[in-house]
Ligand binder design. Structure first.
Ligand code: GCW
Length: 683
């Protein structure tokens, strides 16, 4: 099938890169493949067996596809590598004498194995390397594109996009840049990502038609990405039966509505047989949903699930539901509570092919939030945890902010205490704690030549895929992989310096970002007027979006305790509900998320809240200045255009971090009247 062809193409490409040779046996390569990617001596088709790939000797073996070559028959098979056990995407890498054997039970496994070989480089051929089975921890590793087909008057071509235009759409039309799409498929597969949705969760008029008369545009993308093991999903509007179907209602209980979804979905599968499914933002921030008909989210999700089930598709139903028309005077409504209040009571009511998609924190992708309590509250529901690779609230790809450590913390968090399962286990599926789901992230990719605007933001895309494959990996090790793949040691002249410099910039950049923006879990001090970029401490303080910090002359923070606040802390299982409830036990980095405290409150770390605010802002801005200087070490070692692009963005990051530092420090100095203990300049 197409995946095997892709494996072959990738082998030839890898071999061409290394001056070696690749041959395919047992099937005819697709037209053009061998000629274009074959060895430079023109010694193209037919001939020797696959074990003649390069002098280094690799055998790529698809088990079950006929008799195994002798070379794989003798290879030692580590535990877990029995026939069929590798699954749809797993692979076994082992040695048989002088031959490195890559074995898979399905073509996608070969493809992932091949990218693994590329990552390992020469070390893949080390005779001492023990055999190992590799399988993804999470079955669906998905990117959501918030791309609009039309240019939206406020949000533009890509909602919260910081990497140029969309790679799929431009000005209302499909771009049809198939070469770019193919390159994207390869990039996704190299990261381990196996699903994408191709349009924004806010579904406007034109985008609604992707489900019906514009389906061909989606099918074309699916055709290009299929050979890379990537399935395509679509964001749909819950009101589709009305807005594109011509019905008078979208009520899930109405037979004609159910028939419409069944018929429409059948047509989708006729055109795209491996279509992934629907992604839905319903009754959220103005998007239509089942509430209009007096139905709940389970009724709504199951309506679509029923239409998709016969074809093997899934519904990703987002749990990002809250009242965005809140009155700031009303202290009883707490946006952080909303997802749990809406969804936890529905546990057990969702069909098996519904995946409830929950943002990792209870608010909205802030630089620091507690893990959403919904993740621990729905053992009978499939859950997807949603991250934001696009840096809406973390510097908008103008700032270096490597999010691997943030996601790693979330995935490693144990909602039931030190002896309990992790978030990653819930997503992977563990008895009594979770039915298994997906990891999903909002994409940071656009039509920018570097894909992600800031060249170093590619590391976030890569880290998301790699952590979804194996959530236990150390984000620094993931970064090492990305550095080697992006700045191959043979091309930079001084690979050690490149590696050290990139680690110096990226490793701690998320915490640096947190320090110069909004520490202690306070969140939302971004500018509403400037699309969430840059500081505006009170920008959301009296808004309807439910995002408050309640700073006054005496103190700051949101009381979310059961005793005196909104009760949000009570949504966690033990021990966290007790830990978060207690002002003394609550971790410093989340203190202002859970408590309103006086400026003089002494943190567990020893300093007062206001002094901590001053200290972190001075430190964070200084760290950014140091990052800017450090980058100069790479002058002449990396591509000049890339060097300049990163340099320009670092200049902006220095400017912005300074602005954050000064506005936040001045704000809290004016509110509290407490001077900086270290006598630094506060304006
Ligand atoms: O973070 C917020 C963004 C919106 C986005 C929304 C969501 C697509 O500001 O732009 O809408 O979240 O996740 O649906």
């Amino acid at each position: 099938g197409p995946l095997v062809d892709t494996v072959f193409e990738e082998v030839t490409r890898a071999c061409a890169d290394h001056g070696g040779r690749a041959r395919r046996t047992g099937a005819t390569p697709p037209a053009g493949t061998t000629d274009s990617a074959g060895p430079p001596d023109g010694d193209g088709g037919g001939g020797p067996a696959a074990d003649e790939v390069d002098a280094t000797q690799v055998a790529l073996v698809l088990r079950g596809a006929g008799a195994l070559p002798a070379v794989a028959g003798d290879a030692p098979v580590p535990a877990g590598g029995e026939p069929g056990a590798l699954g749809d995407e797993g692979f076994l890498l082992t040695r048989d004498g002088a031959v490195t054997v890559l074995l898979a039970d399905a073509p996608a496994g070969l493809l992932y194995g091949l990218f693994h070989l590329v990552r390992l480089g020469e070390t893949a051929f080390d005779p001492a390397r023990p055999g190992a089975v590799h399988r993804p921890a999470v079955r669906r590793r998905m990117l959501d594109h918030w791309d609009n087909v039309d240019v939206h008057p406020v949000m533009g071509q890509v909602e919260r996009g910081y990497a140029g235009g969309s790679i799929f759409w431009r000005d209302g039309r499909a771009r049809r840049d198939l070469a770019r799409l193919r390159a994207y498929g390869r990039l996704l597969a190299a990261c381990g990502i196996n699903a994408i949705s191709v349009n924004n969760v806010n579904v406007h008029a034109t985008e609604a038609r992707l489900l019906t008369d514009r389906l061909g545009d989606v099918a074309e993308i699916a055709d290009v990405l299929r050979p890379y093991g990537v399935r395509v999903h679509l964001s749909v509007t819950f009101a589709a039966p009305v807005v594109v179907g011509g019905l008078a209602t979208a009520d899930p209980r109405e037979r004609r509505v159910r028939d419409w979804w069944a018929r429409t979905t059948r047509q989708v599968y006729q055109r795209i047989p491996d279509f992934g499914g629907y992604l839905v933002k319903a009754d959220s921030e103005g998007q239509p949903g089942p509430f209009a008909y007096g139905r709940d989210h389970a009724d709504g999700a199951n309506l679509l699930a029923e239409a998709l089930a016969p074809h093997g598709g899934v519904v990703h139903w987002r749990a990002f539901v809250y009242d965005h028309r809140q009155d700031w005077r009303d202290r009883s409504t707490d946006r952080a509570r909303a997802a749990y209040d809406h969804f936890a009571p529905l546990d057990g009511r969702f069909d098996d092919n519904v995946v409830l998609q929950v943002k990792y924190g209870p608010m909205d992708f802030q630089a620091r939030e507690p893990v959403s309590p919904v993740i621990a509250a729905m053992p009978a529901t499939r859950l997807a945890v949603e991250f934001q690779v696009t840096q809406e609230y973390t510097g908008q790809q103008r700032h270096v902010c490597y999010l691997g450590p943030c996601w790693s913390e979330v995935l490693g968090f144990r909602p039931w205490g030190p002896d309990g399962h992790r978030v990653a286990d819930v997503v992977a599926g563990v008895p009594d704690r979770g039915r298994g789901g997906d990891l999903v992230a909002v994409s940071n990719v656009g039509d920018d030549p570097y894909w992600t605007g800031h060249p170093l933001a590619q590391a976030n895309l890569y880290a998301f895929g790699r952590l979804a494959w194996d959530p236990r990996r150390d984000p620094r090790a993931v970064l090492d992989e990305w550095i080697d793949l992006t700045f191959p040691p043979t091309t930079t002249g001084d690979p050690e310096r490149v590696r050290e410099t990139l680690h110096a910039l990226l490793d701690d950049s998320w915490r640096t970002y947190e320090r110069y923006t909004a520490p202690l879990g306070v969140g939302f001090m971004v500018s509403p007027a400037n699309r969430h970029y840059g500081p505006d401490v009170d920008g959301y303080e009296y808004s309807r979006w439910g995002t408050y910090h309640f700073a006054d002359r005496d103190g700051v923070g949101v009381d979310r305790t059961r005793a005196t606040g909104t009760g949000f802390a009570g949504q966690y299982p033990q021990p966290w509900s007790t830990v978060y409830e207690s002002v003394d036990e609550c971790p410093d980095e989340l203190l202002l998320f859970f408590h309103h405290v006086p400026y003089g409150h002494v943190l567990r770390g020893g300093s007062t809240v206001v002094q901590h605010i001053y200290d972190t802002h001075f430190a964070g801005a200084e760290e950014v200045t140091a990052m800017r200087e450090r980058w100069r070490d790479l002058a002449g070692l990396v591509d000049p255009a890339l060097y300049d692009r990163v340099g320009e963005r670092l200049d902006e990051q220095v400017r912005s971090a300074t602005e954050w530092r000064d506005q936040i420090n001045t704000y809290f100095f004016r509110k509290s009247g407490v001077p900086d203990a270290k006598g630094r300049r506060i304006h």
